[in-house]
Design a protein around this ligand. Sequence first.
Ligand SMILES: Nc1ncnc2c1ncn2[C@@H]1O[C@H](COP(=O)(O)OP(=O)(O)OP(=O)(O)O)[C@@H](O)[C@H]1O
Ligand SMILES: CC(=O)N[C@H]1[C@@H]2OC[C@@H](O2)[C@@H](O)[C@@H]1O[C@H](C)C(=O)O
Length: 398
Amino acid sequence: MNAQIQHLYNIASKAERRIVGLMSGTSLDGLDVALCRISGSGPATNVTIEQFETLPYDDELKAAIRRVFARKEIDFEHLCLLNAYIGRLHGQLILDCLHDWKIEPADVDIIASHGQTVYHAPRTQHRQEEFPNATLQIGDGDHIAAVTSIITFSDFRQKHVAHGGEGAPLAVYGDYFVFSNSGENRILLNMGGIANFTYLPADADARNVFTTDTGPGNTLLDAYARKLLGKAYDEDGKLARQGKPNDQLLQALKKNPFFDAPFPKTTGPEVFNVDYVAKAQEQSQTGNLSAADLMTTLVQFSADTIVDSIRRVMQPHETYRIYMSGGGMHNPALTDAIMQQLPNSTFGRTDELGINGDAKEAVLFAVLANESLAGGVTSFGNRQGVPSITMGKVSFPG
Ligand SMILES: Nc1ncnc2c1ncn2[C@@H]1O[C@H](COP(=O)(O)OP(=O)(O)OP(=O)(O)O)[C@@H](O)[C@H]1O
Ligand SMILES: CC(=O)N[C@H]1[C@@H]2OC[C@@H](O2)[C@@H](O)[C@@H]1O[C@H](C)C(=O)O
């Protein structure tokens, strides 16, 4: 037997595994690295985060990714080079983290890498009937395995697409495995570039759980923070706090079939971007809004579309606790606008469930790799949006 297969078998047979989960999302802020200890599998999964760090991307790298990110027309050579470059970079960043944490690479069992999404195209978005749902993440796992000498799982989204899903959101699997069986109706609200929530009813019936994107989280706020303030984001919602939402613009922004589509569904900055806002401003003749009013309106747009989606799953006479995660939970303008509209729900962060809200998505990929290694196929019912599968491709170092 190939010794690497034997090694993988040994890892799969362990009672507990050490897995590094990686996520770099639509905000392009950096690489989230979560060193996890995971035991069990399926709904009996147990995760402890040993270490977590976000390694910020420098401006040059952000610009290099933006040349291909969510764009219909790109320099193909640049995409090809970035695929290898990001793989190697992520490998090196893991080694740097392990060095800082005084952990030998040999003491890590597996790396679970999301990669960098460069284009997301569910059929509802590309509207070309002859083509399936599609999504593309770069930063190839073979490079990560070669640089770190650690077996790497990567490219998790393709299997989801291959089984009829949109390739996202994958959070449903991790959230169900880690946060269900609570006897509490839970909504896990993640506010990254794009916002999504997982619905975990108290009965923990896998056939009813799902995660859906709700629309923009921070992506438009960040785009306008760059444009209006020359900053990566509107820190603590300072600018948004100074304005008033403009109703005409808000209504124009909400006119998109995405918002009426059934759950689960996905979207991305391919749709919700500066051009989208500019068109809505043109339609609503609000091109002369002040910077503060524009930012406040964009915050209200994210908040309203998050709240409208969550309300769709809430049953009368039931109570819900909403657990926030993702960078948007640090923006009080956004969280206040959400909380005001859901006065009968209680709010917290996933931190109180043992998972740091900034690390949650990186942990998700560690959990998905753990499931592929040591779990089995959990039945989520016969649903296209939540196929009953395990995910991730394996790259051996040698
Ligand atoms: N103090 C803060 N004030 C306002 N916004 C903040 C603050 N801290 C973080 N953010 C927001 O959080 C973003 C980063 O969020 P996160 O890391 O969850 O995104 P991501 O993982 O790229 O997203 P996605 O879930 O879409 O993949 C920043 O770009 C910014 O918009
Ligand atoms: C295609 C893609 O990368 N989608 C991301 C993105 O970031 C948030 C939202 O849009 C979600 O759909 C997804 O990530 C999380 C981790 C998910 O799949 O659950």
